[in-house]
Design a protein around this ligand. Structure first.
Ligand code: ADP
Length: 425
């Protein structure tokens, strides 16, 4: 194994795996740290669900993942977080980075959530989502990790005991050698983590080349785009053009959506506007017992005969706030996640073989309910979201899952995914 990735949520894990596969690296994603050891692959991505855990728990799980990746011989470790730097005031990007650095005995790493193809760029340490600062984007309303400061040096500094510096875009413009020289300078100045700017794929490629031999990288999925070629240049592996092939499966299709992001709200609205079959999960009705996951599941299963069905809890920020005020942030999130996971499980039992899931936490809950332990990564539907294939624990049958991080995809993403319109990247 060349690269071992520790991802802080499930969709983030498929996102980074998709980047590696696209550049020809055979990549397997495992869900949690398997008891039985890791599979053979050029890269293994361990998907955790630690983004919003208590920092102590996130650190403990990340260190367990690190131990298994090191035992499997990983040459480099990559801590993958969201391209919008999703974290709570307590962490977990800082605490996990600190713990991984200590365990690896390294005194320098970078932090770079940039993913320019998806509109996430870092300029002078400030994160932009499209044309607006992170703090002006929809992320300021996120139900679990509202992001209200765009200055990543400041955000990260509040979460880590290590001094945080900045690796600027105009240095990276100078190429990998100049970037490495600047990193050495920052390190000599006593800085331990450098927030790295990136405005383009060229910046990501340069960063990957400059950082390919660091023991630890911390980033969104973007930096991974350049790693396979940086490894190939070092003669560590040969890229494989068929790294993303999956099987052709027969069976009904469905979408389960628990993300409340702007992008997902637009995707649900487009599905409804097209007059497609959809069922809404209402957190307040669930809470009062007026609605149950089983009644929604029964309706959804019946609807499958007419074509793909969408089951959604997706709602506007105003409606999410009202629900959270009524029953609490944590309770609302968990209740919806449990309901959607139960419905997804029932739909797969009813024969669904292609399932799109919108939302990072939601995907984590669905995948756990399905008992899926390992995902083969296929081609991308849009940047950051690949189709994946797994084997169901009981029946041994194959099922394909598209796990979409809330912010990703255009308004027609659901239909696009179900038509298997895989984009050539
Ligand atoms: P994203 O990828 O957009 O962050 P997630 O699934 O990670 O999406 O997070 C969305 C959270 O919001 C989940 O915990 C989900 O259960 C919760 N949620 C979904 N719908 C509602 C709603 N209508 N009211 C309150 N919370 C909701």
């Amino acid at each position: 194994m060349i690269l071992g990735v520790i991802a802080d949520d499930f969709t983030g894990a498929t996102d980074v795996a998709s980047m590696l596969v696209r550049a020809g690296m055979h990549t397997v994603q495992v869900l949690g740290v398997p008891e039985s050891g890791l599979p053979q692959a050029d890269a293994v991505v361990i998907a955790l669900k630690t983004r919003t855990s208590a920092p102590g728990d996130a650190v403990a799980q990340s260190l367990r993942a690190l131990a298994s990746l090191r035992a499997a011989g990983a040459r480099q470790i990559y801590f993958k977080y969201c391209s919008t730097f999703d974290s709570t005031a307590q962490g977990n990007i800082g605490p996990v980075t600190d713990a991984l650095m200590a365990a690896l005995g390294t005194d320098f790493t970078i932090a770079c959530p940039a993913f320019p193809e998806n509109g996430r760029t870092v300029f002078r340490g400030h994160l932009f989502v499209g044309d607006v600062l992170l703090s002006d984007s929809g992320m300021r309303h996120h139900p679990l990790t509202p992001m209200t400061d765009s200055n990543l040096v400041r955000v990260l500094q509040a979460q880590t005991s290590h001094p945080v510096g900045l690796l600027r875009h105009d240095t990276i413009d100078g190429g990998a050698t100049i970037t490495q020289a600047r990193m050495a300078q920052l390190r000599a100045e006593g800085l331990k983590i450098a927030v790295a700017d990136a405005l383009s794929n060229e910046h990501l490629m340069t960063l990957a080349e400059a950082c390919a031999e660091l023991p630890l990288l911390t980033a969104g999925s973007g930096v991974a785009l350049g790693l396979p070629s940086a490894y190939a240049r070092r003669g560590w592996f040969t890229p494989n053009a068929n790294a993303c092939d999956l099987d052709t499966l027969q069976g009904p299709a469905a979408v389960v959506s628990g993300s409340c992001s702007e992008a997902t709200n637009a995707q649900v609205a487009q599905w409804l506007a097209a007059g497609r079959m959809a069922l809404q999960v209402d957190p307040l009705a669930l809470h009062s017992g007026q609605q149950t996951a089983d009644t929604v599941l029964a309706q959804a299963t019946q609807a499958l005969a007419q074509g793909p069905v969408l089951v959604y809890a997706t709602a506007t920020p105003m409606s999410v706030r009202a629900v959270q005020q009524a029953i609490g942030v944590q309770a609302a999130g968990e209740q919806v996640e449990h309901a959607l996971a139960h419905i997804a499980q029932g739909l797969v039992q009813a024969g669904v073989r292609r399932l799109v899931v919108a939302g990072g936490e939601t995907s984590g809950a669905v995948v756990q309910a399905l008992g899926v332990q390992q995902l083969r990564i296929g081609a991308a539907i849009c940047p950051g979201v690949p189709w994946t294939q797994s084997t169901l624990a009981g029946s041994g049958e194959a099922v394909q899952l598209a796990l979409k991080s809330g912010n990703f995809g255009g308004a027609d993403f659901f239909a696009q995914a179900l038509e298997r319109a895989v984009v050539a990247l």
